[in-house]
Ligand binder design. Structure first.
Ligand code: PEP
Ligand code: MN
Length: 348
């Protein structure tokens, strides 16, 4: 931690700051520059952070040296984290996320019925998707909108998992559902609106399943990493970060997909990174270009919404790909993945 003093700070103020730092069990190092005095503080950064050093008389600013995300920090782990989703049953292939292969997580926004879910699952399986996603508990802006089938939706997902031999992913919104959802699904999702639901994050830290953590609507990359830190520090090292677009002033897209977050995250953390071009853009025709761009930018996984009849979808129809568009996208993704030294697929 570095404390920069105000121009003209008095020697009495310097002595007072030094004394307070020592009282807290830390060591001050005073450097007298030509214009300013700077005090380096050596000791436990968390302890220093918990004090409002900027409130001391004579202090202009306080700068942290260490990153606040310790476990997620790339510097603390030399190798990239690869999440392994075990085979759905013996003989099936495991799915690795964060390795050489770029993984497609796809499915409808919501589970609407067995027919609809199975139709989409068939398409995900056939065209090389690795994980089936679908929402059973839906975080809707309006209480009058479709809220998801809840536990009945979860049961249908479990059926689809067996029938299509695909690992499944669903969102959990309530701490009371975490245990049950984690028993059924292979990956749990914490959605954008719950990125800073700290109790939910702590529960996810004990759930024993990989967690897809989506960036909040107005969250900074550092805030996303601090939310990941909650899951990691609660004992779960299996976190997949997801860029899904942020709020900006631009109305032509539902959100602004921040693809620069991908290389930033790959620099800052060892955790794998996913991109959701469906929620990121809100329009089906923008999904493919942004999915291709995400792979070019270094994404380890994509999450994409599909619906066989988007006009009838109970949620997010306008951003859903038709099965044939999904098939075409998978082919084009394979080309881009190859161009950046990766492949699309599932196998370890
Ligand atoms: C979703 O994935 O279905 C979803 C609701 O996403 P987000 O939390 O990013 O809005
Ligand atoms: Mn959706």
């Amino acid at each position: 931690m570095i404390i920069v003093l105000k121009q003209g700070a008095t020697s009495e103020q310097v002595r007072h700051i030094e004394a307070r730092i020592r009282e807290w069990g830390l060591t001050p190092h005073v450097s007298q520059g030509t214009e300013r005095i700077v005090i380096g503080v050596i000791g436990d950064e968390d302890l220093i952070r918990s004090r409002s050093l900027d409130m001391l008389p004579g202090v202009e600013s306080v700068k942290s040296i260490l990153k606040p995300y310790r476990l997620a920090n790339a510097a603390t782990k030399p190798t990239r984290t690869v999440l392994t989703i075990p085979p759905v049953r013996p003989g099936c292939t495991p799915v690795e996320i964060g390795g050489d292969r770029v993984v497609m997580i796809a499915g409808p926004c919501s589970v609407e019925s067995r027919e609809q879910l199975f139709e989409v699952a068939q398409c995900v399986k056939e065209y090389g998707g690795a994980v089936l996603r679908a929402g059973a508990f839906k975080p809707r802006t309006s209480p009058y909108s479709f809220q998801g089938l809840g536990h009945a939706g979860l049961d249908l997902l479990a059926e689809a998992r067996e029938k299509f031999e695909l690992p499944i992913l669903t969102e959990v919104m309530d701490t009371r559902d975490v245990e049950r959802v984690a028993q059924v699904v292979d990956i749990i999702q914490i959605g954008a609106r719950n990125m800073q639901n700290f109790n939910l994050l702590k529960m996810a830290g004990g759930c024993g399943r990989p967690v897809l953590l989506k960036r909040g609507l107005s969250a900074t990359i550092e805030e996303l990493l601090m939310s990941a830190e909650y899951v990691l520090s609660a004992g779960n090292p299996m976190v997949l970060l997801c860029e899904r677009g942020i709020r900006t002033f631009e109305p032509m897209t539902r959100n602004t997909l921040d693809l620069s977050a991908v290389p930033v995250l790959r620099r800052e953390t060892h955790l794998p990174v996913a991109v959701d071009p469906s929620h990121g853009t809100g329009h089906w025709d923008l999904v493919a270009p942004m999915a291709l761009a995400a792979v070019a930018a270094g994404a380890d996984a994509l999450t994409v919404e599909i619906h066989p009849r988007p006009e009838d979808a109970l949620s997010d129809g306008s951003q859903a790909l038709l099965p044939e568009s999904f098939a075409g996208l998978m082919l084009r993704l394979a080309d881009v993945a190859r161009a950046v030294g990766r492949t699309m697929g599932t196998v370890a």
